[in-house]
Structures are given as structure tokens and as C-alpha cells.
Design a protein around this ligand. Structure first.
Ligand code: NAD
Length: 432
């Protein structure tokens, strides 16, 4: 395989451990695809296009503050690129690039007509007023206007962003093009052309995967225990859906606190606590119905199902040996490092990898985009039925690939995702 000359500078992505992790997964996957031209795998190591923008905001205190925003389109081979927008304090280009790459494989696994993208702004959203967040979002949208569009790149919520953020992007883009263009983003409020069930889609998809994995391993969900890290969009819906199936939630964590209750956390009381008007950070902290533990203790609780649903690289070579679950369902993107993956596989933990497990979000985003383009909206029953069908189809395909090659579900999912994009690239050829 051709490599860059040894004396060249590392690319800006290569400074990021998250990017290096995504690239090493791609290179490993390439070994299972002997009939794919290594030059195509090489092309897939690099994003097609990355944009870094400075975003000035007049803050409430009268000062002008500068924020750095990113939009990375890993590929445009399979259709418009698709991926979330993340507001997080330490965000960098490498992390966004890795997340964009994972989106490509995820769209491939789900057989969606999208390529992968991701974006974000390096900011702690908890430090912004609503007005500042709106200004930041609108100016960012304006700065990246030249590389987004309903047929080019479509954003959706991710960590630190939500339906309101998508509404501002929709409005800013529409003001610029001169007509209402709801298909520029997904994950909008239903009133603005959003899809019913999109908010819940990722968590629901996670739990559909858990149901299939539990059946595969002879586990009865009504007798299972679970631990969830993250109580945002993905984590909270995952908790609710697990609860509906009779799973007992032993532990739960967010950015501010980690909780443990061996008798099971009372989810209804917890939701009241988190949504109380005085709980402005919407945190599980100070919930009285559980004892406080450390983040390390949370991930080490003995349980049947562990769901990391917060952020990447939380299960590492250092703590994987303490993880004590039967199923690991990756609600977050990239929560398990390759070192941890090897340790968990050796311990017999069954991992439902992120590119499959949390793909419910992008799947219903696809439904939303289709509905907006057609100007014909579906009801929730149809959305959920289609979501369940697509998740089951993808799970069965990944499982079959894993059995065929005698590899983990992660390797199998990556083989499917990478192969789809690589074959499309090969068929289209190299321009010019
Ligand atoms: P969110 O912002 O709604 O929630 C994030 C949660 O993680 C919050 O509870 C927050 O307190 C917690 N958290 C943040 N930092 C933490 C830390 N250091 N330790 C423990 N908890 C921490 O975000 P979300 O949309 O639920 O996304 C969560 C993960 O799921 C991300 O990895 C995201 O990329 C992935 N994901 C989201 C979607 C979606 O549709 N929202 C789809 C696919 C994947």
C-alpha cells in the first residue's frame, strides 16, 4: 500500500487518538477485503473535505468571543453526506473526522443512500445562554453555507445540540436560499417538518438490538439488569425502553454524577427530578433514590447489559478488565478502544458495535429527509415499524457475516460498511 513519504508532516487528523482509532479499524477491516484495491482503502482514510471556521459571537456580557467550528465530509460517494452536529468543549478536527468516518460505515451497514459527515463547535454548551447558542449556531451555519445543502450535506443533532439547534439551522439556511427548506436538517421539531419518533429513534434502535442479542444468547429481558452511562437523548430513551421490557436499571451516569441502586433506579422519579424547572443542567445529580458512586465504579457494576451512551473512549485497556456484563450495547459512538475491544472479546462479552447499535438515529433521519423531500409525512406507527424492520435486517446481516468469517460483530459490521462504500468508489472510478 502506498504511504506518505516518511518526512511529511502528520495530517491534522493524525494528532487525534480518536481519528487514529477509526483509521486503525479501517486498516484492520481492509484485511478482510482482499479483492478491494488497497488504493481505495487508502482514499477512505482521508475525509473528502473538511472545513474549519471561526465563529464570532457577541456574548451577553458585551465581549466578543471566538469559537472554532468544524464540518467534515468523509465521503460524498454514496449520496448526500449525513451526520450530527456536536457542541463539546474539547472538540477537535481529528475527533470530528473519526465520527464522520464512522457515519460512512453506519450508513453502509444500514444500506442508506448517504455518505458520512460530522461537525461541531468547540464549546461547552452549558456555559451559553439560549441567545448566545442561537447566535453561535446561526453564524456557524452561515460560515459553512457553501458546503451544505439537502443534496450535499444534511446535519442532525448530536451531543450538546437538539431540536431547537436544528430549527435555527433550518431557518438560517432557508433565509439565505429564499424558501423554506426543511430537508436541510433532520431531527427538527415535528411542527417544522420533523419526523415523529426521531427523538426516540436512537435509543429505540439500541433496545431493538439488545432484544435481538438477548434472544441470541438465551437471556430473558424481564430478568436482566442494566447499567447506562449518559442520560441525554440516547441514554434516557434507552432507559425508558429497557424499563418497558422489565429490565432493572442498577446504575446510571451523566457528566455530573453516577448513581447506583441494587434494587433498581425508579425511572419515573428520576425523570421528574431531571425535568424539574430548578434543575437547569438537567442532570441526575442530587437524585435522592440512589447512592453516589464514581465513574469507574459505574462501568464495573455487575450486570447483564451495559450501555455506554455518552461519549467515545470510555472503555479502555485500563478499565476493560473491570467491566462485568454479558452484553455491551454501544449507544455512543466509539466508546470502546481497540485495546478494550480485544480484552472484552477474550472475556466473552458480546458487543453490539456502535455502527449498528446506534444506527436507529440516522435511519429515522433518512425517513425524515425522504418525507421532507416528498412533502408527505408518515405516522409514528409506520416510522417505528420501518425502523424495527431496518434494524432487524441489519442485525441479521451483521450476525451472518460474523458467523461466516468467524469474527466479532464489530469486525463484521465494519466489513459490511466499508465494503459497500469501497465498491461504490471502485465502480464510480477516480475522477478526473
Ligand atoms: P446528549 O448531549 O443528549 O447527552 C449526552 C449525555 O452524556 C448527557 O447525559 C451528559 O451529561 C453525558 N456526558 C457527557 N459527558 C460525560 C462524561 N464525561 N461522563 C459521563 N457522561 C457524560 O447526547 P446524545 O445525543 O444522547 O449522544 C450521546 C452519544 O450517542 C454520542 O456519542 C453521540 O455521538 C451518540 N449518538 C447520538 C445519536 C442521536 O440521535 N442523538 C445518534 C447516534 C449516536
Amino acid at each position: 500500500m502506498a504511504v506518505n513519504p516518511p518526512d511529511t508532516h502528520p495530517t491534522p487528523f493524525e494528532l487525534s487518538p480518536v481519528y487514529l482509532m477509526a483509521r486503525s479499524q479501517l486498516r484492520e477491516t481492509g484485511k478482510y477485503l482482499p479483492d478491494i484495491d488497497p488504493g481505495i482503502i487508502r482514499r477512505l482514510e482521508f475525509p473528502k473535505r473538511s472545513m474549519v471556521v471561526s465563529v464570532p459571537v457577541n456574548m451577553t456580557d458585551g465581549q466578543t468571543q471566538m469559537f472554532i467550528g468544524y464540518r467534515v465530509q468523509h465521503s460524498l460517494t454514496s449520496g448526500a453526506s449525513k451526520g450530527g452536529l456536536r457542541y463539546a468543549k474539547n472538540l477537535d478536527l481529528g475527533e470530528v473526522t473519526a465520527l464522520a468516518m464512522w457515519m460512512s460505515w453506519k450508513c453502509g451497514v444500514m444500506n442508506l443512500p448517504f455518505s458520512g459527515a460530522k461537525g461541531g463547535i468547540a464549546v461547552d454548551p452549558a456555559t451559553l445562554t439560549l441567545k448566545e447558542k442561537q447566535q453561535l449556531t446561526r453564524r456557524f451555519t452561515d460560515e459553512i453555507h457553501s458546503i451544505i445543502g439537502p443534496r450535499i450535506d444534511v446535519m442532525a443533532p448530536d451531543m450538546g445540540t437538539d431540536e431547537q439547534t436544528m430549527s435555527w439551522i433550518y431557518d438560517t439556511y432557508s433565509m439565505k436560499v429564499g424558501y423554506a427548506c426543511p430537508e436541510i436538517v433532520t431531527g427538527k421539531p415535528v411542527e417544522l417538518g420533523g419526523c415523529v419518533g426521531r427523538r426516540e429513534a436512537t435509543g429505540r434502535g439500541v433496545v431493538y438490538c439488545i432484544e435481538m442479542a438477548a434472544a441470541q444468547h438465551g437471556l430473558k429481558l424481564s430478568e436482566c439488569t442494566a447499567v447506562v452511562q449518559g442520560y441525554g437523548n440516547v441514554g434516557s430513551v434507552t432507559c425508558e425502553e429497557l424499563h418497558k421490557r422489565g429490565v432493572k436499571l442498577l446504575g446510571l451516569g451523566d457528566r455530573y454524577a453516577n448513581l447506583y441502586n441494587p434494587r433498581g433506579i425508579d425511572l419515573a422519579a428520576l425523570a421528574r427530578h431531571v425535568n424539574a424547572p430548578e434543575n437547569t443542567r438537567r442532570t441526575i445529580d442530587a437524585f435522592p433514590g440512589a447512592e453516589k458512586i464514581t465513574p469507574a465504579e459505574l462501568l464495573a457494576i455487575k450486570c447483564d447489559i451495559l450501555v455506554p451512551a455518552a461519549m467515545e473512549r470510555v472503555i479502555t485497556g485500563e478499565n476493560a478488565n473491570q467491566v462485568n456484563c454479558k452484553l455491551l450495547a454501544e449507544g455512543a459512538n466509539g466508546p470502546t478502544t481497540p485495546e478494550a475491544d480485544a480484552i472484552l472479546n477474550a472475556k466473552g462479552v458480546f458487543i453490539i458495535p456502535d455502527v449498528l447499535c446506534n444506527a436507529g438515529g440516522v435511519t429515522v433521519s433518512y425517513f425524515e429527509w425522504v418525507q421532507d423531500l416528498a412533502q408527505f409525512m408518515w405516522d409514528e406507527e409506520r416510522v417505528n415499524k420501518e425502523l424495527q424492520k431496518q434494524m432487524a435486517k441489519a442485525y441479521v446481516a451483521v450476525r451472518a457475516k460474523a458467523e461466516l468469517h468467524r469474527v466479532s460483530m464489530r469486525t463484521a459490521a465494519l466489513i459490511i460498511g466499508v465494503e459497500k462504500v469501497a465498491r461504490e468508489k471502485a465502480m464510480r472510478g477516480l475522477y478526473p
